[in-house]
Design a protein around this ligand. Structure first.
Ligand code: T46
Length: 136
């Protein structure tokens, strides 16, 4: 599995740092952004995620603190640490993901290609494996 880390623009000077993102093909986020959400105040030791998406594309950015993401495409399992607000991790459809080891101040910002739709989630690992093999 290829891990895609996006590097965003940085406009840093002595007064502070600024990073910006524009959505769309050939832009910073490689899809039109239809939804933004963020995860924060995660209790110590908690693990979130445990699902894959059927069609949704996402970019995960840890804009404060750090956290780890496990990506599993049914063949490879890769752990990525996010700790840089100017980098984004692409999470494509059909990739099981888990998020853990959130630092106390972590804020995980997510850009998503579509509106929330529970029917797009594969929340059971066996259902995920079946879906990869052509199931529904
Ligand atoms: C993902 C990872 C990275 C909504 O009502 N609207 C939304 O836009 C979202 C994202 C969630 N919800 C509801 C669904 C659940 O009742 O909020 C509740 C918590 O969602 P969930 O348990 O899916 O949260 P995470 O942190 O496990 O997963 C989230 C996203 O749901 C998911 O798409 O890829 O972050």
């Amino acid at each position: 599995m290829e891990i895609k880390i996006l590097e965003f623009h940085r406009r840093n000077n002595e007064t502070g740092k600024l990073t910006f993102l524009e959505g769309g093909v050939d832009k910073d986020i490689p899809f039109d952004i239809r939804r933004v959400y963020y995860i924060y105040d995660v209790a110590p030791g908690e693990i979130r995620g445990f699902h894959a998406h059927k069609k949704l594309n996402q970019v995960l950015i840890c804009i404060n603190g750090s956290c780890k993401i496990l990506l599993d495409d049914g063949q490879d399992k890769i752990e990525v640490e996010l700790n840089n607000p100017a980098q984004g991790l692409v999470v494509e459809p059909k990739v099981w993901h888990e998020m853990y080891e959130f630092s106390p101040n972590a804020i995980l910002l997510v850009m998503a290609s579509d509106f929330y739709d529970e029917s797009d989630y594969l929340r059971d690992y066996q259902q995920f494996v079946n879906y990869l093999q052509g199931g529904k």
